[in-house]
Design a protein around this ligand. Sequence first.
Ligand SMILES: *[C@@H]1O[C@H](CO)[C@@H](O)[C@H](O)[C@H]1NC(C)=O
Ligand SMILES: *[C@@H]1O[C@H](CO)[C@@H](O)[C@H](O)[C@H]1NC(C)=O
Ligand SMILES: *[C@@H]1O[C@H](CO)[C@@H](O)[C@H](O)[C@H]1NC(C)=O
Length: 472
Amino acid sequence: MDVMTSINLLQMLLILCLLVHLIPVNPVKEDGLNSKSRKRIMPDPLTEPPAIDPIYEARVYCNVPSITERSMEGHAPHYFKLVSVHVLIRHGDRYPLYAIPKTKRPEIDCTLVSIRKPSHPQLEAFVRHMSQGSEAQMDGTLSSLPRYPSHSLCEMGELTQTGVVQHLHNGQLLREIYIKKHKLLSSDWTAKHLYLETTGKSRTLQSGLALLYTFLPDFDWKKINIKHQWSTIFCSGSCDCPMRNHYLEEEQRRQYSLRVKNSHLERTYVDMAKIVGIPTRQLRASNPIDSMLCHFCHNVSFPCTKNGCIDIEHFKVIKTHQLEDERERQEKKLYFWYALLAIHPLLNQTVNRMQRIAEGKKEELFVLYSAHDVTLSPVLSALGITEARFPRFAARLVFELWQDGKKPREHFIRILYNGFDVTFQTLFCREHNMHSSKPMCPLEKFVHFVKRGMFSIFNSTNYYDACRRRPF
Ligand SMILES: *[C@@H]1O[C@H](CO)[C@@H](O)[C@H](O)[C@H]1NC(C)=O
Ligand SMILES: *[C@@H]1O[C@H](CO)[C@@H](O)[C@H](O)[C@H]1NC(C)=O
Ligand SMILES: *[C@@H]1O[C@H](CO)[C@@H](O)[C@H](O)[C@H]1NC(C)=O
């Protein structure tokens, strides 16, 4: 009984934190990175194992940089012109947000050293450029954050070298496609051609800067203006939405009841708590998977005490549960409803920008939002991209806006998640013929979804009403 009460209190506290967005929300609070060159495995529909394979999934999640990466960004018939690109990223590999009590923290070095793997040819130049960045215009608190990680023992939540390298890769890949091939920005681009926004964590700011550095090498700091977003769901001035909170609470209840039903998982926590020498509830509250993923991704052995060692079997059980939880989350609609309301303001902003470009404005051609798993995950859910995996480190979701060169008034979008074209998985473009001569989605379909379709799911016509209408 005592245990149950504590868990409920903890849940309540968590819900409260989530509501005010003090902490990035998510069922799956993970972390990790790999200092050794473990081979990176891309999600590949052909070789993917059919049943849940927690080790395979964890490796995908770590996203340890490798040279070859397939990507479908920038593919369009030759008479189409690319007119704008909107990129939403999750920060790169980070040190855990939580420590397992009474165990040694993983020894990970967060300084940037080009001879340490994984590395990138532009890593040193990146550090040099970052140390000159005092002229950048950044909103309030952002300017006081470090522009690159630098602690020899990582601080909690700090971006690691792997995290920096992941985004140097992203920026380079986007540069090849959007700048070199499609000439999205001319060489005389100015501040008004970019729109940059990040949450107030050093890992998101630094991830955004790393991507930007290889996307626009040696950019002029005076042209960089970074906006601060206080909300992890990027709801800006439209955060008041009671039903969003309601669905999130319901979703947390679902999560809780799935967890307590899983006796294998419960036994694993008890076992681990004995090893560590703390009460089970305290162990669970320390969110051990976050820390274990860091060990896993960095190939650092799991912690031991005089009672024994946490091992890969514990890890597999908890990771498998996470994956089952995600599966159930998609079957039940609570998270989807939460996601629609949570992420409307961000999609609304994106659609507004696209419409301005379609009307001929030549501003904000490249947009970068540097964010968290708790940002990307609801965007994917709300768009209906249910086949997508939970956002790995340095995940990227890209919206491309194209103009039909033969009918310049017509605009189309493509959506790509980690380089895969997911345009025709979306709720609003599923019916569209992907094999037509224009393998893209008409912009109006996206606009209609964001301005109307999202709310019709709640039998409502607008955000304000959907945020207040009780179901049934
Ligand atoms: C991981 O570390 C172990 C020793 O701790 C080593 O034998 C192994 O080769 C490492 N694996 C990789 C992929 O780096
Ligand atoms: C959506 O965008 C419109 C501008 O087209 C704006 O007036 C409205 O306030 C936005 N709504 C939300 C909820 O962000
Ligand atoms: C919308 O209305 C229909 C029928 O009027 C109902 O079946 C459905 O559950 C409603 N949806 C919500 C989210 O309230």
